[in-house]
Design a binder for this molecule. Sequence first.
Ligand code: 13P
Length: 250
Amino acid sequence: MARRKYVVGNWKMNGLASALDEARAIFEGAAAHPSVDVALCPPFTLIGAMHAAAPDAAVGGQDCHSADAGAFTGSVAASMLADAGATLVIVGHSERRDGCGETNAEVKAKAEAALAAGLSVILCVGEPREVREAGGAIDHVLAQVRESLPDQFDRTRLAIAYEPIWAIGTGLVPTVEDVAAMHGSIRAALTERIGAGANELRLLYGGSVNGDNAAELLGAGDVDGALVGGASLTAAKFLPIVAAAATLAG
Ligand code: 13P
């Protein structure tokens, strides 16, 4: 089964209500490329409004708690995201693993909670610069995959995003060969875990993707799409990435 291309915008901590026009423009423009699945993950505060502004579009969260409710001040449960209109959630982003001290075990629990709430999951992994320079990138990322992957999951509702930490927001990107090697290794680890069904999982690349490099990065072996930060904030920057994915979708 061919894997559909998937381009997801992670707005991080950007976006007020005034940004909803931009989101609408993104979803309208993306509709011209029906071969590509497109989603936007705004801050929690915009999920409901973005879903209302574009009811047919895929809107997601950037994190969720592993519990369904309780005394967790400031946290949001996966069921709450779904209730607000989200259909997906990012878990394990490096800005949460590093910035908030999230472990693989916590990321796994979050992914399991999200799946249980009916959401699709984008599970992020990626190595720091020193690990890449020391030649340990693949081992590091495969350990993250093995330890943060849920025990059971519907493979059509889980995607893995490989985001080298040193490539996020820096303008630096790995070589196409390095991306292909990493994605091939992730696919092989998934096959070891779940067998041939691993071919149905989508593997996204993230880190300084833009309209100029998208075709090359998304054309690398085993890359099924992109998780985009800075270039997802405007239609002018994001739609060329969707268009590049559409070209590769054939
Ligand atoms: P940039 O595209 O801004 O490098 O961010 C990537 C990212 O972290 C997406 O989750």
